[in-house]
Design a protein around this ligand. Structure first.
Ligand SMILES: Cc1cc2nc3c(=O)[nH]c(=O)nc-3n(C[C@H](O)[C@H](O)[C@H](O)COP(=O)(O)OP(=O)(O)OC[C@H]3O[C@@H](n4cnc5c(N)ncnc54)[C@H](O)[C@@H]3O)c2cc1C
Length: 438
C-alpha cells in the first residue's frame, strides 16, 4: 500500500493566495503519450518542456493534491543559485561550476516565464544573507568565505550594525551577503506556472495514484476513480518516488516547519525599523531561516523531523509545540513585536540522501525521474525537470551533459530501525550543537 502525501492545510503561502479553482481529477480509463506525476517545480518543468518538444502529444500532469499544496508551495521561497552547502565542499571545481550554471539557468528560465505570463509571485533579485549569531556561526561564515573565494563568486561582509538596519534586529553578530539568489512567494509561483502551461498539458488535481503496474508493455497508474496508461512516465514525486518501489532504500524523508506573522501594520513597521523583502539562512545549517516578505510578514523556519509516513505523524499538538518553539525564536529577535501573532504554522516533506547526491535519469524501461534535491528544490526542480524532458525525447545539450555529470545514485540507507534511530540522533545532535544559532 502506497503512503500518500499528508500535507497539513495550514500553509501560510497557500492561504495568502486568492482561492484557487480546483482542476479536474483522474476519472475513467485514460491514456496519454506522457504522464508526469507530481506537480511541484520538477513536475511542472517536465510537463512544460515536454509540451514544447512534443506539441502534438497528449501530456497529463497529475498530483495527489492541488498545485501549490506540496513542498513546492510550502518552502521558504529561496531560489538559490549557489551549489548546496554540501556540494560546495566538492573537491572538483568543475563540478561546482556546473551546479552554479544549472541553478542560474533555472533562475533565468523562471524569470522569463514570470515575465512572459505576468505571474504575480513577489519574484525578487534580493540575494541572500547567511547570518551568524555567535562564534560557532562565525566559524561557519569564515569557512563559507573561503569556499566563495575558491569559487570566484562575489560576496559582501555585513557587520552587526549594517545588518540590524536591514533585518530590524541586532540579534546577529555578522553575515555574508551573496547577490545571485532570488526570493519568491512559492505557492504563487507554482500556481502561476501551472496556470500558464501549454495547451497540450492537462492538469489533474486531487488524484492520488495508489498503484503503478505494467500491463502489455505500458505503465498503468491507478487512482481511486480512474486509471491512465502511458508508455512514458516521468516522476516529479521527490521523496514519494520510493513509494512506487524506486530508489527504495536510498531517500531519507525529512520534514521541516515554518510559521509566519500577519502583515505588519504601518505602526509595527515603524517599531520593526528594518527593510522589506530579504531572506537570511543560518550560517550553521541546523539554525533558523528568517524572511521578511515583500508584504510585511516575518517568517521563521527551523526544526527537522524524520518522517517515514510524511506528515501523518504531525498532529495539531506537535504543530502547536513547534509553533511555541518558533515563537521563542521570533521573540528573541523581535521583542518589540511581541504582540504580533503568528497566523500560520506548517510543515513539508522532502528528500535527502546520505551522500547528498541527486538522482536524474531512467529508473526502469519508460520510467524517468529527477528526485532528491536535498532540500533546495526550487531552482533544482526547475532545471532538472526541463532537462529530464530533453533526456526522455532524446534532445542533447551542454546543460544535459552537465546535469548527467553532477548527478548519480543516492547511497543505500541502513535498514530500519537503525536508520530511524541514526537520523533522529543526528537531528538531535545538530540541534544541540546549533542551539546558540537557533
Ligand atoms: C518548510 C520548507 C522550506 C523549504 N525551503 C526551501 C527554500 O527556501 N528553497 C528551496 O529551494 N527549497 C526549499 N525547500 C525544499 C523544496 O520545497 C523541495 O526541495 C521542492 O519542493 C522539491 O520539488 P519537487 O517538485 O521535486 O517535489 P515536490 O514539491 O515535493 O512535489 C512532489 C509532488 O508529488 C505529489 N505526489 C506525491 N505522491 C503522489 C501520488 N502517489 N500521486 C499523485 N501525486 C503524488 C505531491 O503531492 C507533490 O505535489 C523547503 C522545504 C520545506 C518543507
Amino acid at each position: 500500500m502506497i503512503n500518500l502525501p499528508h500535507d497539513d492545510n495550514t500553509c501560510g503561502w497557500y492561504h495568502a493566495l486568492t482561492p484557487q479553482i480546483e482542476k479536474p481529477s483522474l476519472k475513467g480509463a485514460q491514456s496519454a503519450d506522457y504522464v508526469v506525476l507530481g506537480a511541484g517545480f520538477a513536475g511542472l518543468a517536465m510537463a512544460r518542456r515536454l509540451a514544447e518538444l512534443e506539441p502534438n502529444a497528449r501530456i497529463v500532469l497529475i498530483d495527489a493534491q492541488q498545485v501549490g499544496q506540496g513542498a513546492s508551495g510550502r518552502n521558504s521561497g529561496f531560489v538559490i543559485d549557489l551549489p548546496h552547502k554540501f556540494s560546495l565542499e566538492h573537491p572538483d571545481p568543475a563540478h561546482k561550476q556546473r551546479l552554479l550554471s544549472l541553478n542560474r539557468a533555472a533562475i533565468k528560465q523562471l524569470s522569463s516565464l514570470i515575465d512572459k505570463h505576468n505571474i504575480d509571485c513577489q519574484w525578487s533579485a534580493a540575494g541572500k544573507y547567511q547570518g551568524a549569531v555567535g562564534p560557532r556561526g562565525e566559524a561557519y561564515l569564515d569557512h563559507f568565505e573561503h569556499l566563495m573565494t575558491d569559487l570566484g563568486e562575489p560576496f559582501e561582509h555585513v557587520d552587526s550594525n549594517q545588518l540590524a538596519k536591514v533585518l530590524g534586529t541586532d540579534y546577529y553578530s555578522r553575515a555574508i551577503y551573496t547577490p545571485g539568489g532570488y526570493l519568491v512567494q512559492p505557492a504563487a509561483l507554482a500556481c502561476g506556472l501551472a496556470a500558464s502551461l501549454p495547451s497540450n498539458v492537462e492538469v489533474l488535481e486531487n488524484s492520488p495514484i495508489q498503484r503503478l503496474t505494467k500491463e502489455q508493455g505500458a505503465w498503468q497508474l491507478h487512482g481511486e476513480n480512474g486509471s491512465i496508461k502511458t508508455a512514458k512516465l516521468l516522476l516529479g514525486t521527490s521523496i514519494f518516488t520510493r513509494e512506487f518501489g524506486f530508489l527504495k532504500n536510498r531517500l531519507l524523508p525529512v520534514m521541516t516547519f515554518a510559521s509566519w506573522t500577519r502583515p505588519l501594520t504601518d505602526y509595527e513597521m515603524h517599531h520593526y525599523s528594518g527593510t522589506l523583502d530579504w531572506g537570511l539562512t543560518p550560517a550553521d545549517h541546523a539554525g533558523t531561516t528568517l524572511r521578511m516578505t515583500a508584504d510585511r510578514r516575518i517568517l521563521i523556519r527551523n526544526t527537522y523531523k524524520h518522517v517515514t509516513k510524511y506528515g501523518n505523524s504531525i498532529n495539531d499538538k506537535v504543530r502547536a509545540d513547534i509553533q511555541s518553539e518558533h515563537r521563542k525564536v521570533f521573540l528573541a529577535r523581535y521583542p518589540q513585536l511581541a504582540h504580533v501573532p503568528f497566523t500560520h504554522t506548517w510543515g513539508g516533506s522532502y528528500a535527502i540522501s546520505r551522500n547528498f547526491t541527486n538522482f536524474f535519469g531512467e529508473l526502469d524501461d519508460g520510467v524517468y525521474a529527477s528526485a532528491c534535491d536535498n532540500g533546495v528544490g526550487v531552482a533544482w526542480g526547475t532545471v532538472s525537470g526541463s532537462l529530464l524532458a530533453d533526456y526522455v525525447v532524446g534532445a542533447t545539450s551542454n546543460a544535459l551533459s552537465d546535469i548527467q555529470k553532477v548527478t548519480g545514485m543516492p547511497s543505500l540507507n541502513p535498514p530500519e530501525p537503525f536508520l530511524g534511530l541514526g537520523v533522529k540522533s543526528r537531528i538531535k545532535l545538530a540541534k544541540w550543537q546549533s542551539r546558540s544559532e537557533i
